[in-house]
Design a protein around this ligand. Structure first.
Ligand code: MN
Length: 231
C-alpha cells in the first residue's frame, strides 16, 4: 500500500509491566456521571448517560515520574481539569449487558478530560456541539493502563486530583451515577465497541481552572498516578 503522504503513527498507551502497548481506536467520554458534579454544573444529576468523543490523537501519554508538559490550549481563558477513571476496551461488541461488561474490559487508567469551559459553556448556550470545548489537541492526558486482573475491584476506589499540591477533587467510584458496566451497556447500544476504545467515565465535583505553570497530579486507587505541568 502506498499513500500520497506518510500516514500518522498509530496512537497507543503503555501497559503496566508489559512491552506491548495498547493501540487506541476511539475515545468516548461520559458527561455528568457524578451527582455532585452534575449539581455544580447546574443540573439535577437524574438523566440517562450521554456521550461525546475526543479524537484519538488528542491523547497525551503521561508515563513515568516526571510531569509531562501539556500546552495551555488556544482560544480559552478558562481551562478546566476533570479527573476521570478511564476504561480500556479489549474485546469489542454491541448491545453488551452491564453484567457481561467485565469480559470486554482490558484494563483501566487515570485520565484528565481537559475542557475549555468558556467555549463549552458558549456552545451549550447556543445549542451547538461541544467539540471546540472538549475535543481540542492535547485535551486527553492519560497514564499507563493497568490490566483488569491487576487493578483489583475499583467499584469503590478513591479518585483525586491536586493542583500544586492542594486538593481540588476527591471522591470515589462508588459515587458514579452510571457504573462502568452500565456505561458500557448504554454506549454499546449506540456504537459497536471495538478493541482499543477508551472510555472516560466522568468526573466528580471540584472541577476548576488551570493556569500556565500549574502542576497537576491525579490518581485512582489501584492505578498508576499521573502528573502533568501546564505549559
Ligand atoms: Mn468529563
Amino acid at each position: 500500500m502506498s499513500y500520497v503522504f506518510h500516514p500518522p503513527a498509530p496512537v497507543s498507551v503503555p501497559v503496566l509491566g508489559r512491552t506491548e502497548r495498547f493501540p487506541v481506536h476511539r475515545i468516548y467520554c461520559v458527561g455528568r456521571n457524578y451527582e455532585a458534579h452534575a449539581r455544580e454544573m447546574g443540573f439535577t444529576g437524574r438523566e440517562p448517560p450521554f456521550f461525546f468523543l475526543k479524537p484519538a490523537d488528542a491523547l497525551v501519554v503521561v508515563d513515568g515520574r516526571m510531569p509531562t508538559l501539556v500546552p495551555y490550549p488556544s482560544l480559552t481563558d478558562d481551562l478546566h481539569h476533570e479527573i476521570e477513571c478511564v476504561v480500556a476496551i479489549g474485546r469489542g461488541g454491541r448491545d453488551i449487558a452491564a453484567t457481561e461488561a467485565a469480559q470486554h474490559i482490558f484494563g483501566y487508567a487515570v485520565g484528565i478530560d481537559l475542557t475549555r469551559r468558556d467555549l463549552q459553556a458558549s456552545m451549550k448556550q447556543q445549542g451547538r456541539p461541544w467539540c471546540i470545548g472538549k475535543a481540542f489537541d492535547h485535551s486527553a492526558p492519560i497514564g499507563p493502563i493497568t490490566e483488569l486482573s491487576q487493578a483489583g475491584d475499583l467499584s469503590q476506589a478513591g479518585i483525586w486530583l491536586k493542583v500544586n499540591g492542594s486538593d481540588r477533587q476527591r471522591s470515589d467510584l462508588g459515587q458514579l451515577i452510571w457504573s462502568v458496566g452500565e456505561v458500557i451497556e448504554h454506549l454499546s447500544r449506540a456504537w459497536e465497541l471495538q478493541p482499543g476504545d477508551l472510555i472516560y467515565t466522568g468526573t466528580p465535583e471540584g472541577v476548576g481552572s488551570l493556569v500556565r505553570g500549574d502542576l497537576v497530579t491525579g490518581g485512582v486507587q489501584g492505578l498508576v498516578d499521573i502528573s502533568l505541568k501546564i505549559g
